[in-house]
Design a protein around this ligand. Structure first.
Ligand code: SF4
Length: 119
């Protein structure tokens, strides 16, 4: 089964399989806007110039902004994690930032939980 905006061409751009290990995550992908008419915006063709990439990503994000399953899609991409493409309105680089922040926050919460109470 294809995921939303799973590339049908240029498979070499996405070396990892994009079929989720967690199809049990729910039917969100059936409501994906990109499933219907926007395939091709979400993944970089090989050797894409920076300006073209930025324009394509912004166009993909505009599609995501009107997608009813953006939150589910974003969480899917963060949890997998999906290493390529725009998912849930975030680029791969933006998802890495979110994941780094989450890991730091989790580490901080664990550190605080280990500190014995004063007194
Ligand atoms: S949020 Fe964007 S990438 Fe995700 S399903 Fe919707 S349109 Fe596709």
């Amino acid at each position: 089964m294809l995921l939303p905006h799973q590339p049908l061409q240029d498979a070499a751009v996405v070396p990892s399989p994009r079929v989720p290990a967690r199809d049990e995550s729910g039917p969100w992908h059936s409501e994906a806007v990109c499933r219907r008419d926007e395939a091709g915006l979400f993944f970089a063709p090989s050797k894409e110039p920076t300006a073209a990439r930025l324009a394509r990503e912004e166009a993909a994000k505009r599609v995501c902004a009107r997608c009813p399953v953006m939150v589910e899609c974003r969480e899917h991409a963060l949890l997998q994690p999906e290493p390529y493409g725009v998912w849930g309105g975030l680029t791969a680089a933006e998802r890495r930032v979110v994941l780094t922040r989450r890991r730091r926050r989790e580490a901080e919460l664990q550190r605080v939980a280990r500190v014995p109470a004063a007194g």
